[in-house]
Design a protein around this ligand. Structure first.
Ligand code: ZN
Length: 436
């Protein structure tokens, strides 16, 4: 349980993140407190494949007043009120003109929608439908937007790296471009940082890379800068702290070691499995033909599937740090399985191991196949009443299967032995230096 998660959600929620701008930099500075993170940037105007990094956008003030000077909408009350990337504007306009620039949701009359206009130069405000109905059709409105679009600016992102035993990398990539929205995707950003910090404390087999980028253009820019990357698998944490069920969106291959690791990690949970589709988050970029990185996502209240999505109702009341902790635990478990799914080799390949040399696991009376025995857990040093029959079976399968060719999951497939039983026995063999 990571108690500080709530503190960071509260601290980061009000910042007006977008594709670029000072709020993104400030968010990354705060996230640096959770894990070691390097803040990097790419200049506005850089052409990255079919895309161009947009000008840096910053906003100082934005409001609408009626002719008596009453404030109708004010960005400083809620940053969702302003369409992200709105251009500067300062004019008195009629109701009819204003209406063309207003966004509201008739079916959710209290909610304020989230809208962006990154690549079309325009401006707009988002209000609740109830507030929209209060506008006077004969009124003249003063619209004021003090924003900056700097073509010589930059787009910032965060990156971190942990070197493992091998160079192949597992990429953890999340998006930092959403303003005051909690499940989508402040939750994913905070989870990614806590996850990465936990991985940094471990002795990992894979190398790990953390990437906190504005969605789409950020991932495209990183791939453009790192064409020859060593990423084997990617995880895109997104929408991880809602009240709904866990979800798992598979990689485009669907049966990789990463997919199976996630399924093992979720095996005791009630979860929804989503098949891969090139719709969603940055798996769209990582899975593109030039890169073909199998990318998966574990969610809790998945995007598109909850009513509050992309509205002011996706706020800190909708999510909880307890839910975020639960999802973080699933990510950690999945990575733990992924780390263990290797091709093991025995120290010597000839015949079975002499099991009575392995300690207190072999029945002293021969003949029985499932005599329960007390076995010491090498992690906790407690004795557990594990069925020796299970252990003996799994050790036999490992003795047979650890030929340097089969992975742990291959042995699990072939034997049908539960993965945790195999891992338990794998640890016994490792502790006796019988595997190299
Ligand atoms: Zn979104």
């Amino acid at each position: 349980m990571f108690k500080e998660i709530g503190k960071y959600l509260t601290k980061l929620f009000p910042l007006n993140r977008s594709i670029s701008g000072r709020a993104n930099e400030k968010s990354l500075e705060i996230l640096k407190e959770i894990c070691s993170l390097e803040i990097k940037s790419i200049p506005s105007g850089t052409e990255v494949y079919d895309w161009t990094v947009p000008p840096e956008w910053n906003i100082n003030e934005a409001w609408i007043k009626d002719s008596k000077g009453n404030i109708i909408v004010d960005f400083k009350n809620l940053n969702l009120h302003l369409v992200s990337y709105s251009i500067p504007f300062n004019k008195k306009i009629t109701y009819d003109v204003l209406k063309k620039h207003l966004f509201y949701l008739e079916d959710k009359p209290d909610a304020i929608p989230y809208r962006t206009s990154y690549y079309k130069r325009d401006w707009g405000f988002c209000i609740s439908y109830n507030d929209f109905l209060k506008l006077d059709k004969d009124e003249t409105y003063h619209v004021f937007i003090d924003s900056e679009l700097d073509a010589n600016g930059k787009m910032v992102y965060g990156e971190a790296f942990i070197k493992g035993k091998i160079e192949e990398e597992i990429l953890i990539s999340s998006y930092i471009c959403h303003p005051s929205l909690a499940n989508d995707n402040l939750s994913g950003v905070v989870l990614s940082c806590f996850l990465f910090n936990e991985l940094a404390k471990k002795d990992n087999y894979y190398s790990y890379r953390l990437l906190l980028v504005p969605e789409t253009i950020g991932a495209i820019s990183w791939l453009w800068k790192n064409k020859k990357n060593k990423v084997k698998y990617a995880l895109v944490p997104s929408c991880v702290a809602g009240p709904g069920k866990f979800g798992y969106k598979s990689t485009f291959l669907g049966n990789t070691s990463l997919d199976r690791s996630i399924e093992y990690a979720l095996s005791n949970e009630d979860y929804i499995k989503y098949k891969f589709e090139p719709i969603g988050s940055d798996e769209r970029q990582y899975s593109s033909p030039a890169f073909k990185i199998p990318t998966a996502t574990i969610t809790k209240s998945k995007y598109y599937e909850y009513e509050e999505y992309h509205t002011s109702l996706d706020n800190l009341d909708y999510i909880s740090s307890i839910n975020l902790n639960l999802t973080l635990d699933i990510y950690l478990k999945a990575i733990n399985y992924l780390e263990l799914d290797r091709k093991y080799k025995r120290k010597f390949n000839e015949c079975e191991f002499m099991l009575s040399k392995l300690g207190n696991i072999y029945p002293t009376t021969g003949g029985t196949i499932s005599q329960p025995l007390a076995v010491k857990d090498h992690t906790t040093h407690n004795y557990t009443s594990y069925s020796s029959g299970k252990i003996l079976d799994s050790i036999s399968w490992l003795s047979y299967g650890c030929d340097g060719d089969k992975s742990l999951f291959d042995i699990q497939n072939e034997s049908g032995i539960p993965i945790d039983d195999l891992i338990y026995s794998l640890n016994i063999l490792k502790s006796k230096n019988l595997l190299v």
